[in-house]
Design a protein around this ligand. Structure first.
Ligand code: SF4
Length: 345
């Protein structure tokens, strides 16, 4: 009986200040109690109402009748030789999602998931191969940030884990509000990057309602070739996505980057570099070249050689495009780009 009651409790973590106020008002708690809740949950990351000492005992009892704090630790983790740690979080219905902690000098980045699986069906991606099993709630997304052991040391969050964040827009916007509000974690939006394959209407909303950095997965700028890898090209061609992004200012407040996984003799010659250059809306866009992590069960594509990647990079650099080869992290524990599958072996 107690188990059933616990399962019906609504989590407070993941609520905005406005929503917390609605909760406290409905329970007859004083107005300032919502701010106190936000401070305990987002500031101090406490996991029980008993720890919230400045909220009256009666208030805590009323909260506990209908709500829980909603912060829970990862089920398991595995550490890579390079210091990257992959955490597995319970996502209900026997599903799990992954968050990847990537320490790098003075930066500590957490790559978080927004969906269980993904419906974008990109050919090269392990998550896409799993199919779609549902959206994560704002609680399940913010919990990844607040409940990893190194939570208070995080400097950056990237929505680049399992799922397409712009296919689950409202919870993602809510989490960005929690991360950037004074009553939440009070982060600068410059510490947050949302990565997308280019879900155009949701991307427009994201650009208008936030000023986070944006990373667009292009991977091949030739439309018919891109479509063979990424079905989204048919619905929202990358050319139209880039034209949309060209209307926003990426020179000052925020950054636009293009993600480009490199496959041997598939998208790594000068013709592809030139089509990619023409696609970029202006000179402020950065191009990140990414080494492909082969998964035998996923695709027969092979990664480009170091020489071909360097040549591609130098070609773009020579024409005024900032282009770098991104260092690969966590490959030995399948935590690298395109390898997340909701499993820790
Ligand atoms: S690459 Fe991203 S959008 Fe494409 S299937 Fe994988 S998780 Fe989904």
């Amino acid at each position: 009986m107690e188990e059933i009651r616990k399962k019906t409790l609504k989590p407070l973590a993941g609520m905005t200040l406005y929503e917390l106020r609605q909760v406290t008002e409905s329970l007859g708690l004083p107005k300032f109690a919502a701010t106190q809740l936000a401070q305990w949950i987002y500031g101090k990351r406490v996991t029980t109402f008993e720890q919230m000492l400045n909220i009256s005992k009666v208030g805590r009892e009323r909260l506990a009748e209908q709500y829980c704090v909603g912060l829970y630790p990862p089920k398991s983790h595995v550490k890579s030789d390079d210091g990257t740690v992959k955490y597995l979080f319970d996502a209900g219905n026997e599903q799990a999602v992954e968050a990847v902690y990537i320490p790098d000098d003075d930066r500590a980045t957490l790559c978080i998931s927004s969906q269980k699986g993904c419906r974008m069906n990109c050919y090269f991606c392990m998550t896409g191969r799993q199919g779609f099993h549902g959206n994560l709630t704002a609680n399940q997304i913010i919990n990844q940030v607040l409940s990893v052991p190194c939570s208070e040391q995080l400097t950056n969050v990237v929505f680049m884990g399992m799922g397409e964040p712009l296919d689950n827009l409202e919870p993602v916007l809510k989490v960005i509000e929690i991360l950037t509000s004074d009553w939440g974690l009070a982060w600068s939006p410059k510490r947050i990057t949302v990565s997308t394959v280019g879900v155009k209407p949701a991307l427009k909303t994201l650009c208008e309602r936030t000023s986070v950095h944006i990373a667009v997965s292009v991977h091949n700028a030739v439309p018919e070739e891109r479509q063979s890898l990424m079905p989204i090209e048919k619905l929202y061609p990358i050319k139209g996505v880039m034209e949309l992004l060209g209307r926003y200012d990426f020179a000052h407040q925020r950054r636009l980057s293009v993600e480009y996984i490199m496959w041997n003799w598939f998208n790594d010659d000068i013709r592809h570099a030139e089509v990619l250059r023409e696609l970029l809306p202006d000179e402020h866009v950065r191009v990140n070249l990414i080494r492909y992590h082969p998964l035998p069960e996923v695709a027969k594509l092979r990664t480009s050689s170091d020489e071909r990647m360097a040549y591609f990079r130098d070609y773009l650099n020579g024409r005024g495009v900032t282009c770098t080869i991104r260092r690969s992290r966590g490959e030995d524990v399948q935590a690298a780009c395109g390898m997340l599958a909701g499993k820790v072996k």
